[in-house]
Design a protein around this ligand. Structure first.
Ligand code: DGJ
Length: 721
């Protein structure tokens, strides 16, 4: 598990626990990919040129090296490779071509920081390969970084560009990761959707041409997610090759997948190219966000587990509390109708039901009585909180609960004191009428004055108040992405600088309020990405709390992200929670991730309150550890049948939590739910009934009866005896 250089063959070998990745420098200039796959003892086959007509070459290599035909590592624009390129930089001659020659390498333990951006933390096994590349005409230096995370079988990539020329350079496209596959016998999995139905599962065969997913919305978005995977066609979840890709960034992205004339498939992950450019003055550098990939030859299921472990171990912030607090959120119960007395009732009923925290959602600040006013005015509304936040929070906590609060720092309503004082602090393009969405405008987070204002106002409002939890929301997408503080030639940087400002404010929050955790939200899961996960312990999965829709959203979110990130609430948007079956079903669905509640608990019947109390206790005592830290195995894909089934298990398979969720009513029938990874040498007990099963029996499956209702679900907890 390391990175080595074979100087005789000019081969770099990167090895993780189960995989290896090999690069050869050919003709002393060009890095080509030799291999990405299972770790074997066989030496990797060396570069073997393929020859087709209509592909350009240089005089010294002739057909032995045609950029258009090789498995590349990183490709300059217009460099003789007609497939999609990685780097496009306009130079003083007026062209945007980039040709990169290898100059040297460095292998070191750990990793380099990426200034201003989120990136994966190193552990004791992490190593990095740095390849130094140079464009001989423009003197643009490109450092290519490959960092290995051996235990999780993940390799990350990013580049650092430095302008060593005598004039300005303008970056027009800069991708972080390129990988060329030698076939296209793959299906591509991607997650698409819209607000309130994000991350839907799509698995389609690759075809010749491009099949990209992307965001041009200034946020990673509900509409496509940066996670994609290629998996062998015709294979089930536990078999065949599956290679997953993701991006540690929360703004515009581009995942390019292109099948070429040879039937090769190029995958690139990087910054969205539309509306992006970055001016590099002499001596300046630009570092791209980090992209990650993982290879599994045990199907998509193992690929997901690799990414789950990687996200838990290298991306997510440390847990602030010993156990993840079960929250009672006010939004779906109260919307903007909150005040001290309403909140006090929530605190009382939360405490009585064993709920750990009340989260006061939108509506507590400025003139925020509906969504048309107040954003930007981050001080408490004195009509609702007459003595201020500090005594109010103290009163809330006197019930023995923790307290969380909602914020949306990046936005401003035109009807706010902030906008009236500083209209120039919004993103805008000169002379254009501003466009609103949810009656709000977007602050120019690339403007240091805006960031300073936000730091000052949140410092003033929250310091010493005892907030345990921030729910950080973001409720519109970015258009007219121009910044009044940037000169015309730098306007293409506004979207990227926006993200740098957002990340800086996140880091400030984490430092200023180290004992508080952050739940991320963007109209639900509109920024469900590794960039946000670096700073937020979990993300509000979706504004859609219908349990049937959630089954699907949660299943597909788990393809790329661990359950620990998926904030799941038992909610009541159709007012049927009073039936015991509805409450149980919603809870069983919510047990896909850290559980919370979002309905009017104070007004609920005693029976409901008692049930909630039992659910919260069960969550903490029986399930939480497996959900947050266990390995996840899928059994039924809800996009392909009427059920969802999965299990979480600890490393030695001594505790297994199995979930079965029926999606639509159907005639009663017996369904077998196999627990294929149960330990065959063990005997298990069903903790609820005391019934014993051998591991072999569990592998065959447990039986469940389907029902003619749409609320049928079952959870088993098996423990080795
Ligand atoms: C959108 C979020 O997704 C909701 O949960 C809620 O916080 C509202 N914003 C508040 O405006």
């Amino acid at each position: 598990m390391s990175i080595r250089f074979d100087s005789e063959r000019n081969i770099f070998m990167l090895e993780t626990q189960k995989t290896r990745y090999a690069i050869q420098i050919v003709f002393d200039k060009f890095p080509v990919n030799l291999y990405y796959g299972p770790k074997t003892d066989e030496p990797v086959a060396e570069y073997d040129p393929s020859v087709y007509s209509f592909s350009p070459y240089y005089a010294d290599t002739r057909l032995n090296y045609c950029p258009d035909l090789v498995r590349a590592e990183y490709v300059g624009f217009d460099s003789g490779d007609f497939r999609t390129s990685s780097l496009k930089v306009r130079n003083a001659n007026g062209d945007s071509m980039v040709v990169l020659h290898y100059k040297g390498y460095r292998i070191f333990d750990g990793r380099e920081e990426i200034p201003g951006l989120p990136y994966a933390d190193a552990d004791e096994d992490t190593q990095t390969l740095e390849l130094q590349m140079l464009d001989p005409v423009t003197n643009l230096e490109v450092m290519m970084y490959y960092t290995i995370f051996p235990k999780e079988d993940v390799i990350s990539r990013y580049v650092k560009l430095t302008n060593n020329s005598t004039s300005k350079l303008v970056i027009e496209k800069c991708m972080s990761l390129l990988h060329d596959f030698t076939s296209h016998n793959y299906d591509m999995i991607s997650l698409y959707g819209q607000h309130a139905m994000e991350r839907k599962y799509q698995r389609v065969p690759l075809h010749y041409g491009q099949q990209n997913v992307f965001s041009r919305r200034g946020a990673s978005s509900h509409h496509y997610n940066p996670f994609i995977a290629l998996c062998e066609q015709g294979k089930g979840p536990d078999e065949g090759i599956a290679v997953g890709f993701n991006f540690v960034y929360s703004g515009n992205f581009l995942d390019e997948v292109e099948v070429d004339q040879q039937g090769y498939t190029r995958v690139q992950i990087g910054l969205g190219q539309d509306n992006f450019s970055y001016l590099l003055d002499k001596g300046e550098s630009f570092t791209s966000p980090e992209a990650v990939m993982t290879y599994s030859y045990e199907g998509i299921s193992q690929m997901s587990r690799n990414f789950h472990a990687f996200t838990r171990n290298h991306i997510l912030p440390e847990e602030v509390f010993e156990t993840r607090p079960v929250v009672l959120n006010t939004w779906e119960a109260c919307y903007f109708n909150i005040n001290e007395d309403v909140l006090e009732k929530f605190a009382e009923s939360a405490a009585a039901s064993g709920i750990d925290m009340v989260v006061m959602d939108d509506g507590w600040f400025g003139e925020r009585n509906n969504d048309t006013a107040g954003l930007g005015d981050w001080y408490e509304n004195r009509n609702k909180f007459k003595n201020g936040l500090t005594p109010f929070v103290k009163r809330m906590k006197s019930h023995g609960i923790k307290f969380g609060i909602w914020i949306e720092p990046e936005m401003v309503n035109p009807n706010s004191e902030l906008f009236r004082a500083h209209p120039e602090w919004c993103l805008q393009c000169k002379g254009r009428e501003l466009m609103q969405s949810r009656s709000q405008l977007v602050l120019d987070m690339g403007n240091p004055k805006v960031i300073q204002y936000l730091k000052d106002v949140f410092d003033m409002t929250f310091s010493g108040v005892g907030i345990d939890y921030f729910k950080w929301d973001m409720n519109r997408h970015l258009c007219h992405v121009g910044s009044p503080i940037l000169p015309p030639e730098r306007q293409g940087e506004a979207g990227f600088r926006y993200m740098l400002g957002v990340y800086e404010l996140f880091r400030w929050f984490k430092k200023k309020f180290p004992k508080a955790m952050i739940e991320n939200c963007s109209g639900g899961g509109g920024r469900y990405d590794l960039g946000m996960m670096k700073y937020s312990t979990m993300i509000w999965t979706s504004d859609n709390t219908d349990p049937h829709d959630r089954i699907k959203i949660q299943y597909s979110s788990m393809l790329g992200y661990p359950a620990a990130t998926m904030s799941c609430h038992v909610a009541n948007h159709d007012n049927i929670i009073e039936t015991p079956q509805a409450l149980k079903y919603r809870y069983d669905v919510a047990l896909g991730g850290p559980v919370g509640y979002e309905f009017h608990l104070p007004n609920a019947s005693d029976k409901v309150k008692e049930t909630v109390k039992k659910q919260v206790a069960d969550y903490h005592e029986k399930y939480e550890d497996l959900i947050l830290r266990g390995d996840y195995y899928t059994v039924f894909n809800p996009y392909e049948c009427n059920y969802s089934a999965h299990y979480y298990a600890n490393g030695d398979m001594s505790r297994i939590m199995l979930t079965f969720l029926q999606d639509n009513p159907e005639e009663p029938a017996i369904v077998t739910v196999p627990v294929a990874r149960a330990d065959v040498d063990a005997v298990y007990v069903d903790v609820e009934t005391g019934v014993k099963y051998t591991g072999a029996q569990l592998r065959e499956g447990v039986k469940v009866l389907t029902e003619n209702t749409d609320m049928n679900s079952k959870i088993w907890l098996f423990e080795k005896v």
